[in-house]
Design a protein around this ligand. Structure first.
Ligand code: NAI
Length: 334
């Protein structure tokens, strides 16, 4: 099929072209992020392949349907950027890659935790500058610390398994309890108990109506003073405006983000020669105990290969039979 690949980076070209080595599909790459302003670029493509920050709201979906698109193939797990009822209304099927490698995101989560704890990012710069002082680099042992995991699906479970190996005490909150997590020693508690008892709180739930701004000023103040807060799920789960005040007061002791509420205007592009206009983001970068990565949790060879392969398999099945595997429907919104 003729596929328009939006928000395409060099690595997307590489992995999707490799997965399409037999030439089954015609891949056309667009660097442009899909939005109401750019939607005409993909006119006439029956399949549009989109990523995390492409906009698939009702207006874009209506335009896509009018332009002849029948399938949106997300090359990611999260689908918070898609207006699913609107897609159904306009007759566009939506598929995704629900599980490409939860370990990639889980390992990045633990990288953020260890870096913030042992301050290796600061040590790296110091040593290169000939500064061998240890002042300000004091860390703590993970062994015996309590970690609260919000969302124990595929990624939350992988995080639990890794941190179990570090000797952490594991608490979790999820409306659906995961038996494998329980077997790893995870105790399910209420959100308030998790906030109260955790030294580290890490977010692995999807972004939806229930989780939007789940972590706001009120939730943060239920957490321990000096808590480490980690978010590798979706930016909108945290009210980012509440973060600077909590960092200034010391209530949040460490903040690790791989995702950011307004990341669509920032991430996946080189803005190093521009003045960034997002004051909340810029303020966060001024704190020494904040570490932000630009949505790279998924970005490993293994995950990229799996994403490319599953994305094209999803499209091939649709092309052959009109059937959808890994379909995003209203049922997933419940
Ligand atoms: P999953 O669907 O396997 O697990 C999500 C879990 O969250 C489920 O167990 C679900 O019951 C739970 N959940 C739903 N509502 C909740 C609530 N209100 N409070 C607590 N838990 C709730 O998803 P998976 O694969 O583990 O991914 C989790 C999230 O990670 C994705 O939705 C996506 O937004 C994000 N992600 C981030 C990546 C990155 O590169 N940083 C890459 C892949 C996913």
């Amino acid at each position: 099929m003729k596929i328009a690949i939006c928000s395409a980076q060099a690595h997307d070209r590489h992995f999707l072209a490799a997965a399409n080595a037999a030439g089954e599909h015609e891949l056309v790459f667009f660097e442009t992020r899909l939005s109401a302003e750019s939607v005409q670029v993909v006119a006439g493509f029956p399949v549009v392949c989109a990523f995390v920050n492409d906009v698939l709201d009702a207006a874009v979906l209506q335009a896509l349907a009018q332009q002849g698109t029948r399938l949106v193939a997300l090359r990611c797990a999260g689908f918070n950027n898609v207006d699913v009822p609107a897609a159904e209304k306009y007759g566009i099927r939506v598929v995704r890659v629900p599980a490409y490698s939860p370990h990639s995101v889980a390992e990045h989560t633990v990288a953020l935790i260890l870096t913030l704890d042992r301050k290796t990012h600061r040590a790296y710069n110091r040593v290169r500058d000939g500064n061998f002082s240890l002042d300000g680099l004091l860390g703590f042992e993970l062994r015996g610390r309590t970690v609260g995991i919000i969302g124990t699906g595929r990624i939350g479970q992988a995080v639990a398994e890794i941190l179990h190996g570090f000797g952490c005490r594991l608490l979790a909150y999820d409306p659906v309890q995961n038996e494998a997590c329980k077997a790893t020693g995870v105790s399910y508690v209420t959100l308030d108990e998790l906030y109260r008892d955790s030294d580290i709180v890490t977010l692995h739930c999807p972004l939806n109506k229930q989780t939007h701004h789940l972590i706001d000023a009120v939730a943060i103040h239920k957490m321990k003073r000096g808590v480490m807060l980690i978010n590798t799920s979706r930016g909108g789960v945290i009210d980012s405006k509440a973060l600077a005040a909590a960092l200034k007061s010391g209530h949040i002791g460490y903040l690790g983000l791989d995702v950011y509420e307004q990341e669509g205007d920032l991430f996946f592009q080189d803005l190093s020669n521009r003045v960034i206009q997002d004051d909340v983001f810029e303020r966060l970068l001024t704190f020494p105990n904040v570490l932000i990565t630009g949505h790279q949790g998924f970005f490993t060879e293994e995950a990229m290969r799996n994403i490319a392969q599953t994305t094209l398999e999803n499209i091939s099945l649709f092309a052959r039979s009109g059937q959808c595997r890994n379909e995003v429907t209203r049922d997933l919104l419940r």
